[in-house]
Design a protein. Sequence first.
Length: 193
Amino acid sequence: MGTARTHSRIVRRETHSSRAGLSAATAVLLLVAFLWLGTESVLALLGQDALVASPGRLADAAATAPQTTQPAELTAAGVAAAVLGLTLLVAALKGGRKGRRAMDGDRAAVVVDDQVIAAAVSRRVQLTAQLAPEQVATTISRARAQVAIRPTSGAPLDREAVTRAAEKEIASCRLGRKLSTDIRIATEGALGR
């Protein structure tokens, strides 16, 4: 296996969350349900009293449910089952994403946390605009770095300069997938630094 492929696998493992927990929880719930049904069936074959309901009673209840249950309740149960099934299907097909990104690296697989990138961008913008640390906050989403700035009251703020500073900091991170920059300047300023 080549180095590039190994790096790719490491980056994938570190940037995407596992579905093992959901799979295990689903398997345990299904196992419990099947064990219960199996136990009820064995007890019915031995002529013993059922723990909750015998298989015959369960079959009768399922067969008469449309006549004995209100349509709204059946609809709600069907919608709940459909939502659960759709949720499990989406979780199975779509991998979760951790708040981390791959950086371009020649010799090693490098992964950086989104919070580290956000802190670096906030620091660069803060220094460029000569603001206090609490006046700049950055959040990183899937494809965008959103920088919220609360300027000092009465002091002009150069939007172009802070935008260039944020973009330059993001570029210096050498991320595998580029982030766009969204600068939001508050209309209410903070008291002087």
